[in-house]
Design a protein. Structure first.
Length: 159
């Protein structure tokens, strides 16, 4: 599935509603060049009352519904749009990573049609997947580490 249209739409809506979030997971890793696939897009954000209102506005404009599938155990909000099976998860934290501020400070900005999305560093994505320890996360770790090594080699050649 080509997720570009969804990412453009999300970037535009985040900008419109001033929602600050950082993409994690396989979608973020793919934007770093990792040959991985996913069926959803994961973000981490600060779940303040103001940001939750912004998230609700994003969901409304996206034509999506917000679910709290693991409430109250988890701080996850899932936006789901049935028309095209778009699923976007917003988490209040990421396993293995200390703070939203740190994740955001290390993130890369990627523009989609002039609107920014922030993508967690590949190192942060690897740390998060390692800490989560789920079989589906462990299955992609070698690919992510190889991608990180390849990127590091290219940046050393350029420098």
């Amino acid at each position: 599935m080509n997720a570009r249209y969804v990412l453009v739409e999300l970037a535009r809506l985040f900008k419109r509603h001033n929602l600050e979030a950082v993409m994690l997971g396989n979608a973020g890793a793919a934007l770093h060049g990792a040959p991985v696939t996913t069926m959803d897009v994961d973000f981490v954000f600060r779940p303040t009352p103001v940001n939750v209102r912004k998230l609700k506005s994003v969901a409304k404009d996206l034509g999506a519904v917000i679910f709290r599938p693991f409430y109250p155990v988890s701080g996850m909000y899932r936006l789901s749009r049935d028309a095209d099976q778009v699923q976007v998860d917003f988490m209040d934290s990421a396993k293995g990573l200390r703070s939203f501020e740190g994740i955001r400070a290390r993130a890369e900005r990627v523009d989609f049609d002039g609107c920014p999305l922030f993508i967690a560093s590949l190192a942060d994505i690897i740390k998060s997947k390692t800490a989560a320890g789920r079989p589906k996360d462990m299955a992609v770790l070698d690919v992510l580490k190889e991608t990180a090594e390849r990127k590091q080699g290219k940046s050393e050649e350029a420098g």
